[in-house]
Design a protein around this ligand. Sequence first.
Ligand code: HEM
Length: 472
Amino acid sequence: MIRPPKGPDKRDPLRGKVSPSPAAPVEQAGEARLPKPPQVPQARFLQNLQFSQRQVPFMLRTRRALGDVFQMRGFGSEPGTVVVNHPDHIRSLFTADPQQVATFAGAQLEHVVGPNSILTSIGPRHMQQRRLLLPHFHGEAIEMYNQVGIGATEREIDSWPVSHSFPLVPRLQAITLEVIFAGIFGVWGTPAPGSAEDQLRVALERMVSASTHPFAQLYGLFNRRRGKPSRLTRMALSVVDRPIYALIQERRRADDLTNRRDILSLLLQTQVEQVGLMTDREVRDELLSLLLAGHETTANSLAWTWERLLRNPSVYDRLRDSARACSSNPWIEAIIMEGMRCRPVIPIIGRRVQVPWRLGPYGVPSSTSILISIVLLHHREDLYPLPFDFRPERWLEGRPGTYEWIPFGGGVRRCIGAALAMTEQRIVLETMARRLDLETEDHAPEHTRHRNVTMIPSRGAQAVVRFRYRSS
Ligand code: HEM
């Protein structure tokens, strides 16, 4: 649960402005003259435990105590990661020359998706991957995803129980997985039972759900500094890898490879500069990254929005009315944006400065790791008055500032699936609002739970279908 601190209940306006704060690369001598950011007071073990298990209250509490910029306790003699959330500091990191600001994906992510993925590659190789993949998530491609999304949502909804409480997350994941499968493999609808696509689907669902288990969380916490993937990680990955490699082999042999427009076929024909065609391992790394990045995030973002809607009946009523009137309505988009503001599925993103940097009144040396806290930015009271309220009307008057609403990150690492995710969320939200009367039996907000890099609703966004209308 994200609890508001006690304070006066001010009313509108719902959008505000931040006071400017200096942030930019500085000379080493200039950095040395600036004070260091204040440090988190807890012992390292306690800090890490709170950060991994109860990140949101930990972050909110620490900002209240230490201000906009603070430093976590590091490992051994290593300096700790610095946390920022001021839009000017974020702008300086997102717009910097990539030579001056690198990303850090973390060893755990690299163990899963490998070193060749768009998520973990750097420099020219990373830019080449973005140029290759971006068109598959924009423009004309979105229309194909639209069609798949509508069909998948209608079919899913028909299979949901009536009058029984169930978690929305796995059901929404089935929809988003079908959509991303269509883009990646060119497979429409549910794959044939026993096919490699079907085996991959089942393996992915199991892998994602197993990683929520408390054991997996603790295992991850204590193994995150390992240089190599653990035996357990390798065993879990082999179940997913088997059908992926089978699909790669099958597609390499396909007669119509050159005519196909799916991402797998594209990757198999791509020449990597000065190297030649991509190897099976390189293609596997890219496919697994897109599959993982492309379905769990969108499903959980939708689940959070429903978690909020079911606890804010007047917002939900207005959504139902507009969806059933079939009017194209800015209200739907406003709801999605507000859901992503107050429950960003990825709560933090990492960068590493390669030169000394100024962050407000503080200076940090070259090689400092920086966490941009999306949760803290999205709950700034100066920017979003009543930050803990779910108020979609915030967005009716205008778009957010580039560095003020960043659920998709920013700069050269900005999410390549952002346009697809927004379209998918609109389709699913609209179809569900049109065809279902949903309720929740438990009115207490769901807690946040952390799974891999995502923040998900602790009970999977429980809902009850009270009534289901026929598809029109
Ligand atoms: C609501 C849904 C989604 C959210 C909230 C989300 C969020 C994010 C965030 C925060 C990042 C990191 C950006 C940064 O470091 O600045 C990211 C990167 C990425 N996302 Fe998404 N994402 C979503 C959906 C998708 C979808 C549908 C795809 C499709 C495949 C996708 C593919 C990727 C990829 C490939 C990257 C890495 C980009 C790079 O490093 O160049 N995401 N996403």
